[in-house]
Design a protein around this ligand. Structure first.
Ligand SMILES: Cc1cc2nc3c(=O)[nH]c(=O)nc-3n(C[C@H](O)[C@H](O)[C@H](O)COP(=O)(O)OP(=O)(O)OC[C@H]3O[C@@H](n4cnc5c(N)ncnc54)[C@H](O)[C@@H]3O)c2cc1C
Length: 127
């Protein structure tokens, strides 16, 4: 599981990396399905946008990747540093309590509808 080992540049040349190949499971919970779908969507859009400009797809993808996905990885990573710095006897009950008190917020965050940045509802990311 790529816990925080995400790429800053998601590809090389004509190769675009998505999902786990780009290291996109969130570093806090290890959830990667949303990021696999979202990165694939962004990569597909970049390929379409670069269709008449060979070699540009990665540049387009890199830009949307940087704006839409990297911030989430960074905030999830920061959350991980805080919570998992606690001893296991504390962080496990903390996570259980959070999931019991705010299951909807947890669900929406895993599904990409809320940000790891203070669990705010997301504004649409530029496509
Ligand atoms: C045990 C476990 C539990 C998880 N639970 C969750 C969860 O509850 N929620 C969540 O959001 N995420 C979860 N994840 C993470 C999530 O599964 C991944 O982040 C997500 O599946 C990544 O999607 P992907 O398309 O990038 O890669 P994958 O789903 O791994 O798809 C890659 C595909 O490529 C195929 N492949 C590999 N090499 C080749 C090749 N050379 N030629 C052709 N095909 C190839 C593989 O067989 C595979 O089918 C879990 C991961 C694990 C390991």
């Amino acid at each position: 599981m790529p816990y925080g080992n995400y790429f800053k540049v998601p590809g090389c040349g004509n190769t675009l990396l998505v999902g786990d190949a780009a290291g996109l499971a969130d570093p806090f919970l290890g959830e990667g399905i949303y990021y696999a779908h979202r990165s694939a969507e962004l990569a597909a859009r970049a390929v379409i946008a670069g269709f008449t400009r060979p070699g540009q797809a990665l540049a387009f993808y890199r830009e949307s990747f940087r704006r839409c996905l990297l911030p989430e990885m960074r905030y999830a990573w920061a959350g991980r540093q805080v919570v998992f710095a606690l001893p296991p006897r504390l962080y496990y009950p903390f996570l259980v309590l959070f999931l019991r008190l705010a299951p909807k917020i947890a669900e929406q965050t895993i599904q990409g509808r809320r940000s790891f940045r203070w669990f705010r509802l997301k504004t649409p990311c530029p496509r």
